[in-house]
Design a protein. Sequence first.
Lengths: 325, 257
Amino acid sequence: MIEASELRKGYGEVQAIDGLSFAVAPGTIFGLLGPNGAGKSTTVKVLTTLARPDAGSARVAGHDVLREPANVRRRIGVVAQRSGVDRDLTGRENLRLQGHLQGLRGRALDDRVDHLLERFGLADAARRVARTYSGGMQRRLDIAMGLVHRPEVLFLDEPTTGLDPDVRATMWQEIGRLQADEGLTILLTTHYMEEADRLASQVAIVDRGRVVARGTPTELKASLDGDAVHVELEAASRNGDIQDALRDVAGLSEVLVEGRALHARAADGARAVPAVLAALDAHSVPVATVTVARPSLDDVYLRYAGRSFASAERPDNRQNEGDDK
Amino acid sequence: MTAISDSWALTVRDLLRLWRQPWFIFIVLVQPVIWLLLFGELFQRVVDIPGFEGGDYKQYLVPGVLVMTAFFSSGWNGMSTIEDLERGVTDRLLVTPAPRWPLIVGRLGQNMVQALIQSLVIVAMALAIGVSFDGGPLGVAALVLAALLLGTAFAALSNALALVARQEETLIGAVTFLQLPLTFLSTAFMQRDLVPGWVATVADYNPVNWAVEAGREACRSGVDWATVAGYCGLLAAFAIACTVLATRAFAAYQAQV
């Protein structure tokens, strides 16, 4: 349903996407997972015909995004990161305008708008200007607007960013229902590991404009053997010192230090922890906390991107993509 | 047909937004009246200058103020486009199958309705203070048409600049920089043979002046319709060129997203 092949796009010095390829099967939710600035929004802009790639090609719903943009636009719904709701219009007016521009008229438009207002719990607020909506309501209106013309493919660019946790959980149910009930193909971008894990059947992990890993969430987690060991140190330490200290701990691999955080993999986490603590103690490295966990997508990211998610999101490591690119 | 109906839907959208800003409507309606009364009072002795034809300055002034009002308010049309860009509304519109030009023409439609209402307020006010339109109703229609064409052209330019610069400050700077000079480099306030030669020469190439000249001719008794039609033709061509330019500006914007 979506095929992206070797897409490249740069903004001046910054290469936002750098040879990005992936494919999405019909009727599935595909998660593009990565930190801010990884190139997810740029990918969505290219696939939705808003931006032109510098190189590469893509087909969406059977049509080439560069050669047949109008055919693509008729078949896709787009919910961008920035809302796109006109705050001075009511919910109903927003939906009607969007439907009109998608070619709906008369009864068909009225019925579709009524249905969507009902479906997304906005019927009571339909006559209020969107300025008065809560964040969750505005997001639901956004999604309703993306669906007004019954698209085959829905793009959701960071749909739950900035929402309260309970609103986010409701949104997840809503998104899951779209795929289950209506057979929509959904491309979801997110920087919440949990969101991709929960919703997507296939995930591609994006870092610095490239896909660094792909598979089902289960496959990706299984590709990491053993457990994830996370140690928080009392103070920032030099990578070399820690590597030296832990060299002889049996069954420990992929040791990475970022400031006060130490990440490692262990075949058997419970067994490795005492040895790790002993080794650090022997090298006079004080430890604040230790956790052992089954691998999460966070750990998968760590493994394939060579840095933790948190550090990739820090401004100095971010590509200058910003939230609006 | 679809594109025309899209344009109209977008015009209605902009009118609804305007309608929900009562203070803005108040200003839009009151400002032209202030221009007319203020300039009428301020410059009333102009008629005493030797060589000035006609005995009442307000009579002379009405077409100039009407054109100036349309010109001034149209310059700000691009502000809505900047707001749309910032809010993500433009991106949403650009990924619908609608062609690009209704996105501009829809906005110009709103501007035209606004300028038309302002023009009618000025005409009513002028009649109330005793100004006579000697070209008859058809002359008044021609005057309003010239003002609307001029407004459309500058509203389109304002949108083009909005899409390229994408910054309120740039647009505000450009509009304020152009408004007064272009108004004063015309015969809006002073008869052509009483201004310095270079001003008259520049005015010949100034679209604001085309509208003022067309409008004033249309308010005279014994209108020379060929002159009016000539200026209106120039203004229409200018407005179309500016609209094409503004539509093209979407490509410039999309090259940067």
